[in-house]
Design a protein around this ligand. Structure first.
Ligand SMILES: *Cc1c(COP(=O)(O)O)cnc(C)c1O
Length: 350
């Protein structure tokens, strides 16, 4: 019997998501996957150390009750409106499995987070990619694709770092007959967010992560905010123990350390402003960023600059979207790291 293709045909056909490079060489300056350059809250690390003492023998709380209470308090919603996941990617997977079947239609803007396409492909679904307008807004009428079963919107968007206002997102939510996922992975660095829309619209789901704003990408915790009936449906789809004890405890402590979060946030916003001005002066077009990265296009050729930076031990993200020029997405590091990057860029293009 031939065992050439035991996979389902649509899995055979798909390429699979390719994460940003994760070199293990500590000498590499990593500015390619939007990790936070500052350490996590000391309180988070202390809480994790305490659990290591005696609690790993037991299964974790299946829904992370203590975390839900902390997140609900943080956002002024009911704990029944919070669901946690093994990183927000886990939540995006749960949502896609819950709403999308073979042949169904998934809609999202482009250029944006490339995982949305992979999630749709895993369900053997169809996709419609709606281009952003030149000013990085979305035309609600174009985004409201007839028959869509699920819509993703990264806000702030990656790679552009731009945001739609809550009112602009409300107009989109109002029109759509399907769930609208507002992926707020970078909301920690933005001036506003869309959490207030959740109580107004039963189809709005806001996702958050500890990977960027809380320096805990290695811990893997994300959560979403939605109305209670939505949460109850999604709980049926998730793995029973999708979040481990360490990540629940660590994230709860990190969330409660508001002062530390604000301190690292302010440092990143200040460095972001400096980085933006510097890469603009090197000739790049850079939209005003509301995230912890800047998106550089229409300047010195991206592919060449990416490679020369890599040769110097500096990793940024070279991004290619069909029909568009290549761009460089550069994560905001510490001031010292950004000095090293800018010095290298000067020698390459200056
Ligand atoms: C980083 C990122 C995520 C995933 O975050 P995790 O919580 O680490 O899974 C989701 N959406 C966008 C747009 C991201 O950039």
């Amino acid at each position: 019997m031939s065992r050439d293709s035991m996979f389902r045909p649509h899995v055979d056909r798909m390429a699979g998501y390719v994460p940003g490079e994760q070199p293990r060489d500590p000498g590499v300056l990593k500015l390619n996957t939007n990790e936070n350059p500052y350490p996590p809250s000391p309180q988070a690390l202390a809480a994790i150390a305490k659990v290591l003492d005696n609690q790993l023998r037991r299964y974790p709380d299946p829904v992370g009750t203590a975390f839900r209470i902390a997140a609900a308090r943080r956002h002024g919603v009911d704990p029944g409106m919070i669901l946690c996941g093994n990183g927000s990617d886990d939540l995006l997977t749960i949502i896609t499995r819950a709403f999308v079947g073979p042949g169904d239609l998934v809609v999202y803007p482009t250029p944006s987070y490339i995982l949305y396409r992979t999630l749709a492909e895993l369900q053997d679904a169809r996709v419609t990619e709606v281009p952003f307008e030149p000013d990085w807004t979305l035309d609600p009428a174009r985004f409201d694709v007839p028959g869509a079963r699920l819509a993703f919107l990264a806000n702030p968007n990656s790679p552009s770092g731009t945001t739609l206002s809550a009112e602009q997102v409300a107009v989109i939510a109002e029109r759509l007959a399907c769930p609208l996922i507002v992926d707020e992975a970078y909301a920690d660095f933005a001036d506003s967010d869309c959490v207030s829309l959740v109580t107004r619209y039963p189809n709005v789901i806001v996702t958050r992560t500890f990977s960027k704003g809380y320096s805990l990408a290695g811990l893997r915790l994300g959560y979403l905010i939605a109305q209670a009936p939505m949460i109850e449906g999604l709980i049926k789809v998730k793995d029973s123990y999708n979040c481990d004890t360490l990540s629940l405890v660590g994230a709860t402590a990190a969330l409660e350390d508001r002062a530390y979060h604000e301190q690292t946030r302010q440092k990143i916003l200040a460095t972001r402003a400096r980085l933006t001005a510097a890469v603009r002066s090197l000739g790049y077009h850079v939209p005003e960023s509301q995230a912890n990265f800047v998106w550089c296009t229409d300047g010195p050729p991206a592919a060449g600059v990416y490679q020369k930076l890599k040769d110097l031990g500096i990793l940024v993200r070279l991004m290619r979207y069909p029909g568009q020029d290549d761009g460089l997405r550069i994560t905001v590091g510490t001031d010292d790291e950004i000095d090293r990057l800018l010095e290298a860029l000067q020698t390459i293009v200056g």
